[in-house]
Design a protein around this ligand. Sequence first.
Ligand SMILES: Cc1ncc(COP(=O)(O)O)c(C=O)c1O
Length: 388
Amino acid sequence: MSQTNPNHEEKQFATKLIHFGQEIDEATGASSVPVYQASTFHHFDLDQPPKHDYSRSGNPTREALEQYIALLEGGARGFAFASGMAAISTAFLLLSAGDHVIVTEDVYGGTYRLLTTVLNRLNIDSTFVDMTDFEQVKAALRPNTKAVFLETPSNPTLKITDIAEIAAWAKERGLLTMLDNTFMTPYHQRPIEHGIDIVIHSATKFLGGHSDVLAGLVVTADDSLGRRVKQLQNGLGAVLGTQESWLLMRGMKTLKVRMEGSERSAAKLAEWLSGHPGVVKVYYPGLADHPRREVHEKQSKGYGAVVSFDVGSGERARKLLGRVKLPLVAVSLGAVESILSYPAMMSHAAMPRDVRLARGITDGLVRYSVGLEDIDDLIRDLEQALDD
Ligand SMILES: Cc1ncc(COP(=O)(O)O)c(C=O)c1O
């Protein structure tokens, strides 16, 4: 759980968040990256094309963000997309018809929908496995397997996959590894350091941090993969706009303090919920009884700000959602305000009920993304909402 970078010459993460290389505009000294609100760029000299010629292919504001996230994740190249799903869809299109991918079973519902209703039509096949069980991962391997897609902690039951174990196994077999790092962010977990090839974010969540921007990010471990993603980003065109790129950078600067504050409260909330008689089960990697806490601690600096808990039935969950007064009752997570969501009817509504139940996403399960409110107020609010 050390934050110390082995390269002592390098800045610490907190410093990189503020001093990422383009924080001062070289042309004017302005204290933030300029918003280059332009779709195209003048060719001053036809024989020497400008560095940027069209904003889908490259925009200086978006590029600053792309370099920023590559720096934070410790990767070679970064890419910004119109949403997390645009990022995930683009990354999956590194695969071709006839390929097979092994996927974390309780992956984000949108990723499940993409794989089972879109990519399957393109003859890209997927097998969902419980990645906490390495034997299941190995058993899913087929002659045409080309990639492994991980999400850890998984969503919403916060199961932990051993990143280095799967990455090493995949590398030996020439498989591409992709990891959705939305829940942990590079502040806590930097998958490339554990051998992952491609890191993906719904930056709509903790990176943006204020529930006011929709965005997705991809970071590749090396340049050659970066060139392939660049070709797809330009070809598919699901790029992030300049205003959103700027807003996202603004949010990312405070990532460390937001994560620290929310996580402190999440730990308290998880402990409190564990002792509540109306709560059947609590999922949080920081709890002493989390079955894979040690694996998580090996690969992450912290436990994050998302706590899922089961109140026993759909009826009780609905009652709770109707009674809480402080959190936003909504899809999404990772913001300054707490967000309470109901996976069965929100993020995982795309999953058939039997598949959802088999993955532990019961009708009584709710997911609490802890924001920056006073934790005592949040607990008091939950106490009255859980009261029978
Ligand atoms: C873990 C995870 N990955 C991906 C996504 C999709 O991102 P977006 O909503 O930005 O398209 C989400 C959205 O909730 C998510 O929670």
